[in-house]
Ligand binder design. Structure first.
Ligand SMILES: [Zn+2]
Ligand SMILES: [Zn+2]
Length: 246
């Protein structure tokens, strides 16, 4: 029945690929053509990467675990961070469309990328709770939704790990991080999060979910709030990350 309806809709209102605009077969949620989707998949980050922050190394390294220069100097508060792909080209277009053009249906395509990145390092028994990175209530109102919460709730369904949107709160409305140097970013974001409901995170191993990781300053600040509330460990998973030179 549904397929018949889709076929009929395609005849009169073919869907357009969000990325290239060519007509795509209308399905319930998909809105990227096969060719563009293959480009998205080809932007995946592959090992070798920093065992802690997940930053990919440009050179081949022996199989044992390595840390990047930054993690060697100062270990971040989170146990590890992983991302599906580079924040560039098709992936950045999709994430920007998802956030700023309110294309909420793109969550259906972005969440499986999170699941793929998750599977490269972890298994579901490694975590007790999925927590999305919160937006400040003011920004949440402006946007109408928290993109990280949409991603986290889908991921939590795939992984069968509970998700708590209310565990973490953003208490400070920080200026955008864009254009700030690394040190300024971490000052800008320090103390921006609080965990008002300790009982949700105490003694739990937390997977923190966001759309993009840049310097990791935001993830570090959120991790500190969760750790202060008694979380045993925090790991970070994002769809994409910026990598210098990419
Ligand atoms: Zn396309
Ligand atoms: Zn690192």
């Amino acid at each position: 029945m549904r397929r018949g309806l889709d076929a009929l809709l395609n005849l009169f209102y073919p869907g357009d690929c969000f990325l290239c605009g060519t007509a795509v077969t209308r399905t319930r949620e998909q809105s990227v053509c096969r060719l563009c989707w293959e480009k998205v998949l080809s932007l995946d980050i592959r090992p070798p990467w920093c065992a802690c922050c997940g930053l990919p190394f440009q050179m081949e390294l022996p199989a044992e675990e390595h840390l990047c220069g930054r993690c060697t100097v100062e270990m971040p508060p989170y146990a590890a961070a992983r991302s599906f792909g580079y924040y560039t080209a098709e992936i950045s277009r999709m994430i920007q469309g998802f956030k700023f053009e309110r294309r909420r249906n793109l969550a259906a395509l972005l969440a499986p990328l999170l699941a793929a990145a998750f599977g490269s390092t972890w298994s579901r028994t490694d975590f007790d709770l999925v927590v999305p990175l919160p937006l400040h209530p003011r920004r949440r109102r402006e946007r109408g939704f928290n993109q990280s919460a949409l991603l986290a709730s889908r991921l939590s369904m795939y992984l069968i790990i509970p998700c708590s949107e209310g565990a973490l709160t953003r208490v400070r409305h920080t200026p955008p991080q864009v254009g700030l140097a690394d040190a300024e970013r971490s000052l800008n974001i320090r103390g921006a999060f609080t965990c008002g409901r300790r009982e949700l995170v105490a003694d739990r191993r937390i997977l923190l979910v966001d759309d993009v990781m840049t310097t990791g300053a935001t993830a570090a600040s959120a991790t500190e709030a969760l750790r202060k509330a008694g979380a045993v460990s925090v790991a970070v998973l994002t769809v994409a990350r910026t990598v210098p030179g990419m």
